[in-house]
Design a protein around this ligand. Structure first.
Ligand code: CTP
Ligand code: MG
Length: 595
């Protein structure tokens, strides 16, 4: 069985707590609500007026052969239709406008909130789910704001007016119309229950479909490399079939419900004609009243039928808002201190003091890690994959918080700084370079207009990216697609170096990619790294030991612990882990050289 997710929250059709919170979003647009209600009163009041006018036309104008009043009433009927059309236009326009403005605000709020969340949250939340919140869920709230709330109000209003007119015309006939209501309510009740269940299945299978699609398209190269298309297609067909069947099921209930309402309303009309007709024979009722009643009865069923649709809008919206609020209430954030220490002129001394850290409770990834890096020094961290190297720099950038120990920069505990100030001094060039869609230029300055073009070019020149950039058709304005698809690994690496240089941080962290590049690019990258490191405190996580032989200190990590620390020569002399690593790589190089 597939694991159920929050996409399946069934939701009540009405939850006063959620509604209250939703209404806070309407607050800034109060004037639209007032306008909508005002228009509503007109629209809802006009429709029930027409059968009454028809009654007068039949009973008075036609019965008395009064052409003048007949013309007048016809004109009145026409005018009311016209007026209603204009009002309807305004109503639709303003409610939609309000809905769009509200969901605009919501999307901004969600995005800004998500940006603040700590990495820990993203470790456990699939991206697809967050995207769904900003798109699908917000969209279903639009329906609530633009048609739901106001229209429910208008439907109730129409029903009320129809009641008033019906009862003032004829008590018996009103009772006849109402006599089919129990059957109608029962049908509606059944329909709601079934549709609710079907709807849950639809959502569930849609979520499955989305995430499957997203993952397979994201990993399309793997799928193709391993010739898994056929298998993936079959799996997709299966999920798609479940989704289709769930949809068909919900369509089925709709297909049954609408004719049922139609039959019930026709039944009521037939009863009225039969009973009212008898009364007309007896002359205890006028033809006009009978005629008006037929119209009222038909008019009466429409909002009732629509109400069940509104019910679905409400329910979808409640479920969506519950999910949205859950995301907005997510408070996995790393807080800034109340009284932050504003670092002055940073020299760049880094200290780790007995730092212990676990991503998940009880599984220590770093154990009692202590080291000091003097300003301007370059320190290398080496160790097998999973040893905890990247974790060290994640802590230094405060993406996560250690369970024990402290991390100091120039003697200031990083917990006492604002994250913003901290991250301004640090620049991390990550293992997997991430480029954004946009130009080469915007990928170097990250749209920071304070970094002038000359500085961008200078940075690119220094890291040796200039050569390939000038070879691009649009040079610095060349568009880079999602994740930098157009560029090679090495080129992406150089761009990320240029980014670091352009930002000119006090502390530079380099998480070297394991992927190897061709010799020419390798030389470019090595030279770029040399330029990057000079004049600042640097931490280099290197897989190629050639990169780090000149560093001031090498830290050897093993399973979350520091096992060795010293210069290249000192560590070789020790004949420990580093020595073994070095020998292994040295042997590799010998093999590639002779090959
Ligand atoms: N880990 C985790 N949750 C994360 C990241 C890492 O539980 N979000 C765990 C990994 O399973 C690993 C340990 O933390 O066992 C250390 O990970 P990391 O510091 O990333 O290891 P590195 O030394 O950087 O490994 P590599 O050389 O492969 O980059
Ligand atoms: Mg790593």
């Amino acid at each position: 069985m597939v694991e159920k997710t929050s996409d399946e929250i069934l939701g009540k059709a009405y939850d006063s707590k959620l509604m209250k919170r939703l209404l806070t979003y309407v607050k800034p647009y109060k004037k639209y609500v007032v306008l909508a209600i005002f228009l509503n009163v007109f629209v809802a009041g006009l429709a029930p007026l027409r059968p009454y006018l028809t009654k007068i036309a039949i009973d008075e104008s036609i019965a008395n052969k009064d052409y003048e009043s007949l013309t007048f009433i016809t004109a009145l009927l026409f005018a009311s239709l016209l007026f209603q059309a204009v009002m309807q236009y305004g109503l639709t326009y303003f409610t939609q406008l309000m809905g769009q403005k509200i969901i605009y605000d919501l999307r901004v709020q969600i995005f800004s909130h998500v940006q603040k969340l700590a990495l820990k949250f993203f470790d456990k939340t699939p991206v697809g789910r967050i995207v769904t919140r900003v798109t699908n869920d917000v969209e279903s709230l639009n329906e609530l704001f633009s048609s739901g709330i106001v229209m429910v109000f208008s439907d109730l209003f129409i029903i009320f007016w129809i009641f008033v007119f019906m009862f003032s015309l004829s008590f018996d006939l009103s009772l006849i119309t109402l006599s089919v209501l129990p059957a109608l309510f029962y049908a509606t009740f059944l329909f709601r229950k079934k549709v609710r269940e079907a709807y849950r299945d639809v959502r569930f299978h849609l979520a499955r479909l989305n995430s499957y699609m997203q993952e397979r398209v994201g990993g399309i190269n793997i799928v193709q490399l391993f010739n898994k298309q056929k298998r993936e297609l079959n799996k997709f067909k299966e999920i798609n079939k479940d989704y289709r069947d769930a949809n068909i099921k919900s369509v089925f209930y709709y297909a049954i419900f609408y004719p049922t309402v139609e039959i019930l309303s026709s039944l009521a009309v037939a009863l009225i004609i039969w009973y009212g007709g008898g009364k007309v024979f007896e002359s205890t009722m006028t033809l006009g009243i009978l005629f008006a009643f037929v119209q009222y009865t038909e008019m009466f069923f429409r909002p009732i039928r629509d109400l069940s649709e509104k019910y679905n809008i409400m329910q979808t919206a409640m479920a969506s808002s519950e999910r949205i609020f859950k995301l907005l209430d997510e408070n996995t954030v790393i807080p800034d201190p109340e009284k932050p220490v504003i670092p002055g002129n940073i020299k760049g001394k880094i200290e780790f003091k007995n730092v212990t850290f676990a991503y998940n409770e009880g599984e220590d990834v770093l154990k009692n890690v202590s080291f000091t890096i003097e300003p301007g020094q370059t320190v290398a961290i080496v160790g097998a994959t999973g040893a905890g190297k990247t974790s060290i720099i994640s802590l230094l950038s405060r993406f996560y918080e250690p369970q024990k120990g402290e991390i100091l920069i120039d003697g200031i505990n990083i917990n006492n700084m604002r994250k913003e100030d901290l991250r301004k001094m640090i620049c991390v060039v990550l293992q997997d370079v991430l480029l954004f869609s946009g130009s080469i230029k915007s990928n170097i300055n990250l749209n920071n207009s304070e970094i002038p073009d000359t500085k961008i070019a200078e940075a690119a020149e220094m890291v040796g990216a200039q050569k390939f950039i000038s070879g691009l058709p649009a040079k610095y304005d060349e568009e880079v697609h999602e994740k930098g698809a157009k560029l090679s690994m090495g080129q992406k690496q150089l761009i990320s170096f240029a980014r670091a240089l352009a930002y000119d941080p006090k502390i530079l962290i380099l998480d070297e990619a394991t992927a190897s590049v061709d010799t020419e690019t390798e030389i470019l990258i090595q030279n770029a790294i040399k330029k990057l490191l000079s004049g600042r405190t640097s931490i280099v996580i290197a897989h190629r030991l050639s990169t780090i032989q000149n560093s001031d200190k090498i830290i050897v990590m093993h399973k979350g612990e520091i096992k060795e620390m010293g210069t290249h020569q000192e560590l070789l002399a020790k004949r420990g882990i580093y020595f073994k690593l070095y020998q292994l790589q040295y042997k590799d190089q010998e093999i590639t050289k002779t090959a």
